[in-house]
Ligand binder design. Structure first.
Ligand SMILES: Cc1cc2nc3c(=O)[nH]c(=O)nc-3n(C[C@H](O)[C@H](O)[C@H](O)COP(=O)(O)OP(=O)(O)OC[C@H]3O[C@@H](n4cnc5c(N)ncnc54)[C@H](O)[C@@H]3O)c2cc1C
Length: 506
């Protein structure tokens, strides 16, 4: 009789979860991915889609696969019972789609405040997804991170976040909206200037790549359609640190700053954002009104008007990891990989919690990505059926950076271990550092060689690469990671098309 396949549940359809699902053996595992969105987003090329070099469809892959080797549940995980091996989920299928259509089409029918409150309650009810539970034999937690706003007043509500395809669509729409509003005949001159000021907060690789591409798009394409506002457009990059691209060597980071300044990007390092609100600077705040502008307040410069503010300042821990994966209800005796000799005899649930990095809140995993539990007396026990990879996990003994490259390697490593079931004798995960890459605009890039070991390559380019060659390496490297042949071809074709005919203005 054929052995039944083990049920493996993967929470999250991003880099780590998606790559893992595609590399697990369907003959061995019954694979289910739980994720709120139906598509995996190829984040390194998301900005190219935002600025119209590519289409959004080129940077996504469906989590479901054509051959139906992977089950997919469009939902968010809400809690995990490690002892019962069960995950509670809430379906996300109507969120942001059907209910929004209803919300938009109904307001004129709502007459009184009382009725309006009733409607709001209804909408809240529709927005709650159906609750269901999924049992697993093995669980992989790959729910990623959220954007860190550092609790800056007004940022959560008013800044444009930049992680997902919907965020990128919103940014794309707002850029165009700002230009259209600014050229309307009756706009006050001051408001025109504010609307055409684009602010990006965060000088890491994601912020820099977005700013570089935004400058290319505005100066190379958009201004051909709006030549009358050529002298008004401003792009400003803010960062609290004294330099941008802090993880790159000084010479490369300085080169990036100089190149971007030549493109007309103002770089404001050592700037502390204090508030972001709707309304014009030095005037009373207003309710959100896309026809108007926002005011960005910094400690150093005071208030300045902006048409949009994109917030890309790094990671904060996912609320699911923070809130749902904390104390445990029942000690999962059967899941413990290796019972430590000094494992507390008292395995009462109150004494145990999920082991996390005290600073970031990420799940602290062992060298095989096994999630660990920690007793009050700091005894640690790894679970042999619960794993965590990607940005929501940190290896206890030195973790790679929170990047797509690392999540990809972790997912492939874990798939190998799970397929071979060789956790007892396989080598622990070690990250292959390929160096750092970034696009900085004007067809120029940066490439820094890994510093950990001296290789033939790093001897040839001790300072790394910069300029056009680095940009070509950047494009080649990410093209080689695209996960379907279809998108690989389409991306190549669109790169050529946008070079020949310009970017698509949407
Ligand atoms: C715009 C942008 C550009 C980037 N560019 C680069 C780059 O050029 N190079 C590079 O190496 N890295 C880049 N990164 C970083 C890289 O994308 C991340 O490090 C990588 O996505 C981490 O993978 P992950 O699977 O851990 O998380 P994610 O890819 O964020 O995936 C997490 C998934 O979990 C889902 N999820 C969240 N909560 C739940 C829940 N409760 N239940 C179920 N599912 C849940 C999310 O919807 C998402 O699908 C970029 C990131 C961004 C945002």
């Amino acid at each position: 009789m054929a052995r039944p396949r083990e049920r493996i549940l993967i929470l999250g359809g991003g880099w780590a979860g998606f790559v893992l699902s595609r590399n697990l053996s369907p003959a061995k595992y019954d694979i289910t991915v739980v994720s709120p969105r139906q598509n995996f987003v190829f984040t390194p090329l998301l900005s190219e889609a935002t600025v119209g070099t590519l289409e959004f469809s080129h940077v996504v892959e469906p989590v479901r696969d054509r051959k139906q080797r992977i089950n997919f549940a469009p939902a968010v995980a809400r809690s995990v019972d490690f002892a019962k091996k069960r995950v509670s989920c809430e379906a996300s299928i109507v969120q942001g789609t059907a209910t929004d259509i209803v919300v938009r089409s109904e307001p004129e029918k709502v007459e009184s405040t009382r009725e309006m409150r009733g409607k709001e309650l209804d909408i809240q009810r529709w927005r709650q997804g159906t609750k269901f539970q999924l049992d697993y034999d093995k669980l992989v937690i790959a729910t990623g991170c959220i954007t860190n706003t550092f609790n800056t007043p007004g940022v959560q509500e008013n800044a444009l976040q930049y992680r997902d395809i919907e965020d990128a669509r919103r940014v794309q729409r707002r850029i165009r909206e700002c230009f259209e509003l600014a050229v309307l005949p009756n706009k006050p001159e001051e408001l025109r200037t504010h609307l055409l000021h684009f602010a990006v907060v965060g000088g890491g690789p994601t912020g820099i790549e977005f700013v570089g591409l935004l400058a290319d798009y505005i100066r190379g394409d958009l201004l051909k359609y709006y030549p009358q506002v050529k002298d008004r457009v401003r792009i400003t990059l803010y960062d609290v640190a004294p330099k941008i691209l802090g993880m790159f060597d000084e010479s490369l980071s300085t080169y990036a700053m100089e190149t971007m300044k030549l493109q007309g990007v103002e770089i404001k390092t050592s700037h502390h954002i204090e508030e972001l609100r709707w309304g014009e600077p030095n005037k009373p705040p207003i309710q959100m009104d896309p026809k108007s502008c926002l005011t960005l307040k910094t400690k150093e410069d005071g208030e300045t008007g902006v048409g949009m503010c994109v917030w890309v300042t790094g990671n904060a821990i996912n609320p699911f990891i923070k809130e749902a994966l904390a104390d445990i209800d029942e000690f999962p005796e059967a899941s413990i990989a290796k019972r430590p000799s000094d494992l507390a005899k008292d395995t009462k649930p109150a004494g145990w919690k999920v082991k996390k990095n005290p600073k970031t809140g990420a799940l602290l995993v062992d060298g095989y990505f096994r999630v660990q539990l920690e007793a009050k007396d700091e005894t640690t026990a790894a679970m042999n059926d619960v794993f965590a990879i990607g940005d929501n996990a940190m290896l206890e003994h030195g973790s790679p950076p929170a990047t797509a490259i690392a999540a990809n390697q972790e997912a492939k490593y874990l798939a190998q271990r799970l397929n071979k079931n060789d956790f007892d004798h396989a080598a622990k995960f070690s990250f292959q550092d390929m160096g750092l890459l970034a696009y900085i605009g004007d067809d120029k890039g940066l490439m820094q060689m890994p510093h950990t070991e001296v290789t033939e390559k790093s001897k040839m380019f001790p300072e790394g690469l910069k300029g056009r060659t680095a940009w070509l390496v950047w494009r080649g490297a990410y093209l080689s990671l695209v996960l379907s042949w279809r998108n690989c071809f389409l991306i190549l074709i669109y790169w050529v098309l946008s070079r020949l005919f310009g970017r698509r203005i949407q």
